[in-house]
Design a protein. Structure first.
Length: 115
């Protein structure tokens, strides 16, 4: 599966961004999808995850109430709506897919939160 992220950029604290991840898999609806992030000098961490049908989601404590993960299986796309952004949200954000033993990563998109 090929994953292509978009939507990153520079935003002021308190602002919003929406990340998108387009997948090449025709069976996209059978993949669980996640967003991870990695800040400089830190390990990659799970930000949010969504089940294949979209009925179940979970979030890192640090983003609960501010970020929302969603998916459109018809468009083979997963989204991450990020509101009330903080400087500590600055990182490269990666899209991730899993189905059984199959795991794929996108190339990442930079999100910078700064005034």
């Amino acid at each position: 599966v090929q994953l292509v992220e978009s939507g990153g950029g520079l935003v002021q604290p308190g602002g919003s961004l929406r990340l998108s991840c387009a997948a090449s898999a025709f069976t996209f609806s059978s993949y669980a999808m996640s967003w991870y992030r990695q800040a400089p000098g830190k390990e990659r961490e799970l930000v949010a995850a969504i089940s294949s049908a979209g009925g179940s989601t979970n979030y890192a404590d640090s983003v609960k109430g501010r970020f929302t993960i969603s998916r459109d299986n018809a468009k083979r796309t997963v989204y991450l709506q990020m509101n009330s952004l903080k400087p500590e949200d600055t990182a490269v954000y990666y899209c991730h897919s899993t189905r059984g033993l199959s795991v794929s990563w996108g190339q990442g998109t930079q999100v910078t939160v700064s005034s």
